[in-house]
Design a binder for this molecule. Structure first.
Ligand code: BES
Ligand code: ZN
Length: 990
């Protein structure tokens, strides 16, 4: 197989001396061809900046906010003849009215299946442009139109545009620009179980066995309109004064503190809340429940945590860390938290993990509750990071909000970045920043190498696409580009830049360019103070650099060809795509501003600086002053920037030898070992490196004892496992992994013991991952030991719901192995534990394990149960069940059949969160690798387009994944299996 280890035909031709030549991006801007290309969006956004206009694209009608106060936006496309001003897309509010203040009153009837609510909203609006139509959002609400008022205007008609979710009031005379009006709308609705809008959920009271009901909101992104008529767009900020009417015996909570509570007739109370600060509709929240709470009042913010009475003690941990995280962010952002209180509530059934409503964070129980001795390290880490993430949003998202959903990453990428700082502050022993970075790098290196990926800052065509943007690109790539910028600017400039941005735009909205402008200003100020500061290249602004990362799809691979005689190296960059043989011209032409840091053995111990030694934004460049023969060269110190590196084969060999040095792996830092493993595997997968070389590199793992490099190896071995699992090569694969793992398993020393004194959190996680793989691959006595442990639990005389002898950290592995080999009795035993458990983290663990069964009928029944709310499996957990079945040793065929034959049921069950179907489609795609598989999934997609239309991104990703798997199979399957079998018996030696 010829290797195309180059930047196409310009094979690392030397240019200059590592100096930047800005060529391609600017040249391309004026080539007519790009008007039709996917690059068009990227370039148009760049072009729009050049003429001083915010975010506008010829293909992005959603950018053309048509508020009368921003008329200049409509001229944005004058750069190109083909791009004339676009009308407001029909799904956007016209912008002629701006809400200033809402008075909202909601009466909640929690009556089981008949639960419903009644309400009245008073909205004070300011008219920005004369109009005789009031257009606002309302979905699935019954409006009492007879009682609707718009000031004292005469109403001529009411119209419901269900497609765009608008309620339109037509007036005899136009409202006048500059005037204010009061709109009054009475409404009612049902509390459904859809997990969206204002919905109901139930739980069992352990003492009485009775069913209790809770009413709660989930509005992001576009569901406030399901609870009350409103101007439901993020830039339509207003002040909210909420009043909740509830029955005696229930408590209500909302964003703001309670002002007063008055008793009405019978058993009804009216809770009146303090007026909010100026905020977006998607952040409004209210809950009616009989939950218990715990409280602490450090400084001047009252912090409360809420949960079912039976679980309230599990909320202590969140109460302990929450206030500390809040204080930390106040200091980090240098902006005070503006509300007098913060509530966090753990809800039994919740669509996402958690939601950052201002002053009232709502969470799944797994995201907020922790039970020492039952929740494991990962579960506790999850709670810590969710608390940090949602509290980070109080600034990033709540105080300053993206203008439109295109820039969702400003919310989610940023919260994901600072969640790491908050988590590290309260739990430094987790080693969270590095483990977060590795998880995200592995994920983005993989996802963003697909052609179906999309830019971080994305173009939204339709509201149904908004939810699809809550994906790894917005979260993880958003976070990684900010992490990279932090290393470039330096912590202090970065932090001050963030603070500047928040202060400038507080209580308002912003676009990506506003963030770059704040960093730019801060960087300039800091450089003026300290002239030795040269973090960014002189010839580029923060915006120019960051645009190359957020407006283009993908990330670069830097090819390095060393000249060992001269001590130099030629570098070239292009987009890394897994299907490198089928790469398109855009992939070849993409260029990034890449911060290049590097080191070598002579520097390694002294100079691990992550500061870029030079910036590369040309396709080729030369590095000089490098070591000569026999010494490795390593780029991207500590993997701070988002690029892969493909060295020449001699340098790969040098690195490989260094890694095998027992002491310290030759000084190569942990995160670089991670990068080397992942790069080698994936460059080989893309045809840019010989598989032999990549696989040989693995030999070093025999000496590796750290969690993160092993996690990386496993995440890549999963691919081989999937590719060989449904073919004859699986036996060879298992044998090979056994050879690789045995020394590591043996080094664990009593792998199943309860706990090891002095074991750090990464070591605990490492033990669990090694055991998981060892048991699955048949290493030594791993499986027998796991099953024996399970039996002691099953056969003990004590109540198994109270006493569990299995070490907490090993339960996932033990449960799964036991169900795999124990058939129906083991399944039934664990199902009983699932029903009886009061700890959400344990329940999730049990759900995952139940999918490990080998019996087809058990798996079938299990999947059917996941679509039935009365089975005991909550709607929120349907994906856990599906994933566990699809990834189990024999579940793939059953999961695929379930998806293909029950797509309609799944569709109606997840309604209106249709984008969730994408998880299922992606889930099966990873295991499909034959031509027949591809035809099948293609046909499935074609026949079911009506059910898949809100999961377009995921479907595209799934199809490409299968296509690549098929390609891989025909290109590399036999090479790899051959290599595995010839090395499976080999004692791995250094
Ligand atoms: N804002 C999101 C919640 C959300 C997600 C709303 C998707 C609408 C659609 C929240 O801040 C969030 O990101 N939650 C994460 C957990 C977080 C710790 C990464 C989630 O729900 O998975
Ligand atoms: Zn978030």
């Amino acid at each position: 197989m010829p290797l195309s280890s180059s930047c196409t035909n310009r094979v690392c031709k030397a240019v200059g001396r590592g100096h930047v030549k800005r060529v391609l991006i600017w040249k391309l801007r004026f080539e007519p061809a790009w008007v039709q290309s996917p690059l068009r969006y990227y370039l148009a956004k760049m072009a729009s900046f050049a003429i001083g206009i915010e975010s506008v694209s010829p293909t992005a009608p959603s950018f053309t906010t048509t508020s009368a106060s921003e008329p200049e936006l409509t001229t944005a496309n004058s750069l190109s003849a083909s791009t004339t001003a676009l009308p407001t897309p029909s799904y956007r509010l016209p912008g002629d009215l701006h809400p200033e203040h809402y008075t909202l009153e909601i009466k909640t009837f929690l009556d089981g299946e008949n639960s419903r609510f009644e309400g009245r909203v008073l909205i004070r609006v300011k008219c920005e442009k004369d109009t005789s139509r009031v257009v606002l959002h309302s979905t699935d609400l019954i409006l009492n139109t007879d009682q609707v008022r718009v000031g004292d205007q005469e109403i001529t008609d009411h119209e419901f545009d269900t497609k765009n979710e608008f309620y339109i009031i037509k007036l005899k005379e136009a409202l006048k620009s500059g005037s204010k009006y009061l709109i009054e709308i009475p409404f009612e609705g049902n509390l459904t179980t859809s997990l969206k809008g204002y919905y109901r959920t139930s739980y069992e009271d352990k003492a009485t066995g009775g069913k209790k009901w809770v009413a709660i909101t989930q509005f992001e992104a576009i569901h406030a309109r399901r609870a009350f008529p409103c101007f439901d767009e993020p830039a339509m900020k207003a002040v909210f004064q909420v009043n909740m009417i509830r029955r005696k015996g229930f408590t209500s909570i909302s964003n703001m503190p309670l002002a007063k509570s008055v008793q009405l007739e019978d058993d009804w109370f009216r809770d009146e809340y303090v007026e909010s600060v100026r905020m977006s509709t998607y952040l409004v929240a209210f809950v009616v429940s009989d939950f218990a709470h715990l409280q602490s009042s450090p400084d001047n913010t009252t912090f409360r945590v809420w949960a079912r009475q039976d679980a309230i003690e599990q909320a202590r941990y969140s109460l302990e860390i929450g206030p500390k995280v809040l204080d930390f962010f106040e200091e980090y952002f240098n902006v005070p938290y503006p509300l007098p209180k913060m509530d966090m509530i753990a809800v039994p059934d919740f669509s996402s993990g958690a939601m950052e409503n201002w002053g009232l964070v709502t969470c799944r129980e797994t995201a907020m509750l922790n039970e020492e001795g039952v929740s494991d390290t990962n579960a506790k880490e999850w709670v810590t990071s969710v608390v940090a993430h949602e509290l980070a949003h109080q600034w990033f998202g709540n105080l300053v909000t993206m203008k439109w959903w295109d820039d969702l990453w400003l919310n989610e990428g940023f919260a994901t970045y600072v969640e790491g700082l908050g988590t590290d502050h309260v739990q430094p022993s987790i080693d969270y920043p590095d483990s977060k970075a590795v998880r995200s790098l592995l994920n983005i290196f993989s996802k963003d190498s697909l052609k179906s990926s999309h830019p971080v800052s994305n173009n939204i065509q339709h509201p149904s696409e908004i939810l699809q943007l809550f994906d790894d690109i917005s979260y993880s790539k958003g976070y990684l580009v900010l992490r990279m910028l932090n290393y470039v600017l330096g912590e202090e400039t970065f932090r001050q830049g963030v603070s500047r941005y928040l202060k400038t735009h507080q209580y308002g909205n912003a676009v990506e360019n506003d963030l770059w402008a704040s960093f730019e200003e801060q960087s300039r100020d800091d450089s003026a103070r300290d002239s030795s500061r040269t973090e960014t290249p002189r010839e580029a602004t923060v915006k120019e650099i960051m645009d190359s990362w957020t407006l283009q799809t993908g990330y670069p691979v830097i090819h390095v060809k060393r000249n060992y005689g001269e001590g130099s190296a030629e570098l070239c960059q292009n987009r890394f795509v897994t299907d490198s043989l089928g790469r398109s011209s855009e992939d070849r032409e993409s260029l990034w501003w890449v911060p290049i840091s590097y080191t070598d053995p002579s520097n390694a111990l002294l100079d691990m600086s992550t500061k870029p030694r030079f910036w590369m934004n040309t396709s080729t460049a030369t590095l000089t002053g490098l070591p000569k023969k026999d010494q490795w060269l390593l780029l991207n110190v500590n993997a701070t920037a988002l690029y892969r590196i493909n060295y020449d084969s001699e340098n790969w060999d040098l690195l490989s030898t260094a890694l095998r040095t027992e002491k310290n792996h030759g000084g190569i830092p942990t995160l670089n070992r991670v990068q080397i493993i992942d790069d080698a595997f994936n460059l080989a997968k893309a045809g840019l490196l010989e598989y032999n070389l990549a696989l040989n590199l693995l030999r070093y793992l025999r000496h590796e004892r750290e969690y993160l490099p092993w996690q990386t190896a496993f995440s890549n071995l999963v691919f081989f496992s999937r590719m060989t699992n449904r073919g004859g090569g699986y036996g060879q694969f298992r044998k090979f992994v056994r050879a690789l793992l045995t020394p590591v398993y043996n080094a664990l020393d009593e792998p199943f013991k309860l706990s090891v004194a002095g074991e750090t959190i990464p070591q605990i996680k490492h033990r669990a991952q090694v055991l998981d793989w060892s048991c699955s691959m048949g290493v030594s006595d791993c499986e027998e030991k796991a099953v024996a442990l399970f039996k002691t639990w099953q056969q003990q005389t004590e109540d198994p719901d109270v006493v569990n002898p299995i070490p907490v950290e090993l339960r996932s592995v033990v449960y799964c192995k036991a169900v795999e080999s124990g058939g129906e009795p083991a399944w039934d035993f664990l199902w009983k534990r699932f029903l009886g458990s009061n700890v959400a983290a344990e329940k999730s663990k049990l759900l995952s394990a139940l999918g490990c069964a080998r019996e087809m009928w058990l798996l079938h029944r299990y999947l059917d149960m996941s679509l039935n709310e009365t089975s005991g499996i909550r709607k929120q957990d349907i994906a856990i069940v599906f994933n566990s079945v699809v990834s189990s040793s024999s579940g793939f065929y059953i999961a695929r059949e379930f998806l293909f034959s029950r797509i309609k049921d799944i569709h109606s069950y997840v309604s209106p969160d249709f984008f969730k179907i994408g998880f299922f489609v992606k889930g099966v795609s990873h295991l499909m690798s034959t031509k027949n598989d591809f035809e099948q999934i293609k046909q499935f997609v074609e026949l079911n387009s009506e059910y898949l239309k809100d999961a377009k991104y995921a479907v595209k990703e799934a199809l490409e994944t299968v296509e690549l798997n098929v390609q891989w199979h025909s290109r590399y399957y036999s090479t790899v299996v051959e290599w595995l079998s010839s090395h499976a018996n080999e004692e791995f030696s250094a």
